[in-house]
Design a protein around this ligand. Structure first.
Ligand code: ZN
Ligand code: ZN
Length: 324
């Protein structure tokens, strides 16, 4: 069927708004928006405009979009973000109507209403914030904030995605674990094995650096992930070990990384150093999670009695290759 005949059938089936009429032809070539397409088809076929809430397809759902965009802006006003993404939870009525449309008025050019709503919401928020001089954009891959509109409940929910930092840490004293090491015997309650502390190492790099990141970002909680680990009683020298640090629900994403490094050094009296701090890119995240690194261990060995050169060489040669 050609677009004009299909549009004519749709218009005769009941009152339909320009958004919903145009959406059945979204895949046609050209750069028109759905309401523009709907408007042109409607005028060409000699139909008048209807109040949006009378549309039998959407019931006027698009007229709520400016309000939902405003609600989203309000929810996120205390958070720094440059990218976001909208999602919608369709009402059963909208789901059923779309199914009916696809069966009764199939169109090879139709766009799902969910996608139309997501995009229109995104554009509305972009415009709203642009008016206030802020540049935020929709990002499908890694949005900093996600909004979910529940149409039935007329509700907007917000999810603030974590901010991730990359860096390398050096541990200049012994006795610091990498992440907090809960005692496996008592699971943190405190027992004889752990001397009542609930932990097997008194402190960890994670426990020492995380509070500084939380302070800088205004985040609620976080997680530390090193590229491999060393024993708590080993130092970590050289260029340091790469790590990732996630902060959940951050209020600030652009932070003074030099201040964080300096503050960690100061609070730990130089026991822990952070190097090369930067926002984590997908490449850096992959490198830390999947990467293989060469490590150099230096050990000082003391013998309780003299050892012959021959026995020593034999012992050394057994250490070459993979140690199981
Ligand atoms: Zn409609
Ligand atoms: Zn214990």
């Amino acid at each position: 069927m050609d677009p004009i005949s299909l549009a004519s059938e749709l218009l005769r089936a009941g009152p339909i708004c320009d958004h919903c009429l145009g959406r059945r032809f979204a895949g046609l070539p050209g750069k028109l928006s759905n309401p523009e397409r709907g408007f042109i088809l409607r005028i060409a076929l000699g139909f008048g405009q209807i109040p949006e809430e009378r549309c039998w397809v959407c019931g006027g759902v698009f007229s709520h979009i400016p309000r939902w965009a405003e609600r989203a802006a309000e929810l996120a006003q205390d958070h720094e973000y440059k990218t976001f993404l909208f999602g919608v939870h369709l009402s059963p009525r909208l789901e059923a109507t779309e199914e009916f449309l696809n069966e009764r008025f199939p169109s090879p050019w139709a766009e799902p209403i969910r996608r139309d709503l997501n995009r229109t919401l995104g554009q509305a928020l972009e415009r709203l914030l642009a008016e206030k001089g802020r540049k935020v954009t929709v990002d499908f891959q890694r949005p900093e904030i996600q909004f979910l509109v529940d149409i039935e409940r007329d509700e907007v929910k917000m999810q603030v995605n974590p901010v991730v930092f990359y860096g390398r840490y050096r541990k200049l004293v012994r006795g610091i674990a990498q992440t907090s090491w809960t005692c496996p015997h008592c699971r943190g309650k405190g027992c004889e094995v752990c001397g009542g502390t609930g932990k097997l190492a008194p402190t960890s790099v994670e426990e020492l650096v995380l509070p500084v990141f939380l302070e800088a970002t205004g985040g609620k909680a976080g997680k530390f992930h090193g590229a491999g680990r060393e024993d708590a009683d080993a130092r970590m020298l050289g260029r340091g070990r790469p790590f990732l640090l996630w902060v959940e629900e951050p209020r600030r994403r652009t932070v003074d990384l030099a201040w964080i490094a300096e503050e960690v050094r100061r609070r730990t009296a130089g026991a822990v150093e952070l190097l090369e701090l930067q926002p984590a890119t997908p490449e850096l995240e992959m490198k830390v999670k999947k990467g293989r690194f060469t490590k150099l261990y230096r050990a000082k060995v003391l013998f309780s009695s003299p050892v012959s050169q021959e026995a020593f060489q034999k012992a050394i040669s057994s250490l070459i290759g993979k140690i199981r």
